[in-house]
Design a protein around this ligand. Structure first.
Ligand SMILES: NC(=O)CC[C@H](N)C(=O)O
Length: 304
């Protein structure tokens, strides 16, 4: 077996002093205080073995990574009916782009751009009695970790400044693709994005995507076919308008968030998470992408 600890140690060492680390997201004021020098990696093999380096135990705002988890819960509850309300095509546009939504009559391109994730939030608000509590329980159970929580200050900060998300939600409403009131749906959406997890917790939560829907506690959460579909959407749409570049450089399905986290996986093999809060111009973690490119190149483990 390869010496995975040595591989991630060397990647961490090589990138930890890189001067150009990208810029911390500041459009959500509460995220702008995060130290750009944080850098952690956690690798979990399908066997359950763990390898960690750097700030892998420090919780951070998972932001758009939560969109994979909300899609999973909505898919579990609604099955294929949810595809009537959104598509599964990459947008090739930034995550908060609105013009496509108008052009395509209120049907979001995919569940990982903001408008698609707002429709998923609407589905969960309709289906669940206490959406915030039940979504949090779902994530905690998936990761087998009851310490995972929301950060209400981050949710409030985004609520106060999230005008583009309000615009997207009103546009969806005008096309009758939002059942609930805009404020109610966005309140849940902002909480969902404010979830805090560390690299290890993320690999635990995403273990099911590498293991046909079955978590480490042997519980089945989604069918093999549903997992296949979610992994396909992660590969084609997981990195906003940089999904092609991520597939080209890294070659794994994955998802990023503006908090600087990335989680990626190789089915039947491993889940890996990185956190480095500096973003490139397209909103993906700069150092995280470089670390994952180095990982799949050094280990020769990618879907290609
Ligand atoms: N890409 C992201 O991580 C964006 C999530 C953020 N909460 C937003 O809606 O803008």
């Amino acid at each position: 077996m390869q010496d995975f600890q040595q591989v991630i140690n060397s990647i961490h060492k090589q990138l930890k002093d890189e001067i150009n680390r990208g810029l911390v997201a500041n459009y959500i004021p509460e995220l702008s205080h995060i130290d750009v020098n944080n850098f952690g990696i956690h690798l979990k093999l399908i066997s359950g073995e763990n390898f960690s380096v750097g700030d892998s135990q420090v919780p951070f705002s998972i932001q758009s990574i939560s969109k994979v988890l909300s899609l999973s819960l909505a898919f579990q509850l609604q099955g294929n009916a949810l595809w009537k309300r959104m598509d599964v095509e990459p947008s090739g546009d930034p995550f908060n782009q609105l013009s496509l939504l108008e052009l395509e009559n209120g049907i979001p391109r995919n569940p990982f751009i903001n408008s698609g994730a707002i429709v998923i939030a609407d589905i969960l608000v309709s289906q669940l009695k206490n959406p915030k509590e039940e979504f949090l329980h779902f994530v905690r159970d998936l990761a087998n970790d009851q310490t995972i929580t929301y950060n209400p200050a981050v949710a409030a900060s985004e609520k106060a400044t999230g005008y583009t998300n309000y615009a997207a939600a009103y546009l969806l409403k005008s096309y009758q693709n939002l059942e609930n009131e805009v404020d109610k749906v966005l309140d849940f959406y902002f909480y969902m994005c404010s979830l805090e997890m560390n690299c290890e917790q993320l690999t635990n939560a995403f273990y099911i995507f590498a293991n046909h829907g079955v978590c480490q506690q042997n519980k089945t959460w989604l069918t093999t076919s549903q997992i296949k579909r979610i992994n396909a959407i992660m590969l084609t749409c997981g990195f906003y308008d940089e999904a092609g570049e991520f597939a080209f450089e890294v070659g794994l399905p994955g998802k990023s968030g503006v908090g600087g986290g990335i989680v990626a996986l190789l089915p039947n093999n491993f889940v890996i998470s990185t956190w480095s809060p500096g973003l490139n111009p397209r909103g993906n973690s700069k150092i995280g992408m470089q670390a994952l490119e180095a990982f799949t190149t050094k280990t020769k483990l990618s879907i290609f």
